[in-house]
Design a protein around this ligand. Structure first.
Ligand code: SF4
Ligand code: FE
Length: 483
């Protein structure tokens, strides 16, 4: 595990030169640019915990491929315990960063591609699994961050990949040779893209026979020729005009993951980095497994965020003198209840994990979908309660520039104060944190990250086995099963 801590991770990013744009200009160093640096620091926490005695057991694992100690984010789950450790790790990271630390997408991609390539080779006699393992050992030994790249732009949603007026709306192969392939297209909303080392490209949906060129899985370094990234705007990102500003809410870490459009303009991928080329019949398993793994995470990382939010609101109530009110206590109780309920579903889908043919463990897919569906409700309810308790002043607060102004700073301090003994600046900081965690991009991510709510409902209905449930009802009443 070459990169041993956050500082080494950041140093490694300075050595690669991906083409990254933000607001029309090129970012030369993502570790220092105010728009991207907070996200880099959040991802760096995944490296930091691996070297922290307290968290080493959660943050590292033993590679089943080499026997060496690796980051858990590059590990293939070998048992239920691994799945549960992942959940616990994600909650801790959510608590420590208060945001998305991004590295789980590649982690879930690794686990999905591992089991699917094994099954592809078993059926077709291909050698994707061996290639993938070679690449994975490289990732594990270097301790690289991988961006799992699944979501295509999709253009006209009423048409499939092969029927689009613009064929580039889905990533596809435009050329093949004995050495490799050339791909074109784009992936959207790529969490951690600008601060990863490698991209793991996967198909975004089930492909039919006509879409053979779209059934492609491969790994590419982020700075390969032909790759361009455009970093997305986030709510209030102009408040990051300088580093470490109170007004951003979370000065050290970003409001949300830090997403980018990644464009592939005729990118060459050598043969040894191709893990699917035209096997449309395996696209469904890959998408399904990736989605389930990622949806399982949300009851963990978001619970960590909700822990922070609950703590922030409780402290704010203390600072405002409202902490003793019974309705305040009741609302805080409800926030805790919802957070822990959400966590239960992440633990449950992991505890019900099972081995795939490759030996890699999968989460229970029904429970993972239920978990993510609940995020789209509980996180919002927790945010609503936080805003209710915080009060309207979080929407009208003057800026840090006014707080520090020689002319008006004394007025801000005087009239935004709370109980004696708690500095006004603390109250303002907490208010900004609550503002950042309850609005804009942060909640959009909770709604649509790991798939929009409707995507989970489709899978919940598909796996709900209504036929069996009808039989149960009939059996109870003595109604013949054939009627
Ligand atoms: Fe990980 Fe959560 Fe961010 Fe997804 S949203 S990458 S699971 S921290
Ligand atoms: Fe996400």
């Amino acid at each position: 595990m070459k990169l041993k801590n956050g500082a080494e991770y950041m140093e490694s990013l300075r050595k690669i030169k991906p083409s990254v744009y933000y607001k029309g200009e090129k970012i030369l160093d993502v570790t220092r640019h105010p728009a991207t640096a907070p996200h880099v620091r959040a991802a760096a926490m995944t490296y930091a915990l691996a070297s922290d005695e307290e968290y080493r057991d959660l943050a590292t694992a033993t590679s089943h491929l080499t026997g060496r100690t690796i980051s858990r984010f590059t590990h293939v789950h070998q048992n239920v315990e691994d799945l549960i450790k992942k959940v616990k790790l994600l909650r801790v990271l959510g608590q420590k960063t208060g945001t998305c630390f991004q590295r789980c997408v590649g982690f879930d991609g690794i686990n999905s591609v591992y089991s699917v390539t094994y099954e592809m080779d078993k059926k077709n006699g291909s050698d994707y699994f061996e290639r993938f393992k070679d690449w994975l050992v490289h990732i594990q030994d270097e301790n690289f961050m991988v961006v799992g790249a699944m979501t295509d732009p999709k253009g006209d949603r009423s048409k499939g990949p092969a029927d689009q007026p613009d064929p580039d709306q889905y990533v596809h192969i435009v050329d093949r040779s004995s050495d490799g392939i050339v791909i074109r297209g784009a992936k959207l909303h790529m969490t951690g893209g600008v601060n990863s080392h490698e991209i793991l490209v996967m198909p975004t949906t089930t492909m039919d026979e006509q879409a053979k060129d779209y059934a492609v899985t491969c790994a590419i370094p982020v700075d390969a020729p032909g790759i361009t990234m455009i970093f997305g705007r986030q709510t209030s990102d102009d408040r990051r005009d300088k580093l470490e500003r109170i007004d951003t809410g979370k000065p050290a870490f970003g409001a949300v993951g830090g997403e980018a459009l990644i464009a592939f303009e005729d990118v060459f991928v050598p043969k040894e980095r191709i893990f699917m080329d035209g096997e449309t019949d395996f696209t469904n398993s890959l998408v399904y497994r990736f989605a389930a793994h990622h949806r399982a995470n949300y009851g963990a990382c978001k619970t960590g965020l909700m822990d922070v939010l609950t703590g922030a609101v409780t402290y704010l109530a203390q600072a405002q003198g409202t902490a003793g009110a019974s309705h305040v206590k009741d609302k805080i109780t409800e926030m805790i209840h919802l957070s822990e309920t959400l966590y239960c579903s992440s633990i449950a889908c992991s505890a019900e994990g099972f081995p795939t043919e490759s030996g890699a463990f999968m989460v229970d897919t029904m429970l993972a979908n239920v978990c993510k569906q609940n995020v789209t409700r509980f996180h919002f309810e927790v945010a609503r309660l936080a805003l209710d308790l915080a009060g309207g002043f979080i929407a009208t607060l003057p800026s840090q520039y006014d707080l520090e102004s020689e002319d008006v700073g004394h007025l801000v301090k005087k009239y935004f104060s709370g109980v004696e003994g708690i500095p006004t600046e603390h109250r303002i900081k907490i208010a900004r944190l609550i503002e950042a965690m309850t609005g804009g991009t942060a909640l959009v991510e909770s709604m649509h990250g790991a798939g929009s709510p409707q995507a989970q409902r489709i899978m919940i209905l598909r796996e709900g086995d209504l036929g069996k449930k009808i039989k149960l009802a009939k059996a109870l009443l003595g109604i013949p099963q054939e009627n």
